[in-house]
Design a protein around this ligand. Structure first.
Ligand code: SF4
Length: 57
């Protein structure tokens, strides 16, 4: 399925394992995402998470 019509060009993403990912253009298909952290004092990019991630079925 071509997801380009749903791709949000303001949210680039390469997490192809996510249900919301558009692999044609490497964008998220959601209008809005939540980004958070699993650290008490985040200092690196690795400390941040997309909390809108959902696994594929
Ligand atoms: S929800 Fe997060 S991880 Fe999933 S495609 Fe969108 S930006 Fe990427």
């Amino acid at each position: 399925m071509d997801c380009r019509d749903k791709a949000n060009k303001s949210i680039g993403c390469t997490v192809s394992q996510c249900r919301h990912h558009c692999n044609v253009s490497n964008n998220c298909t959601l209008d809005k995402i939540e980004v958070g952290t699993h650290e008490s004092n985040p200092t690196k990019v690795e400390c941040t998470d997309c909390e809108s991630f959902m696994p594929k079925d």
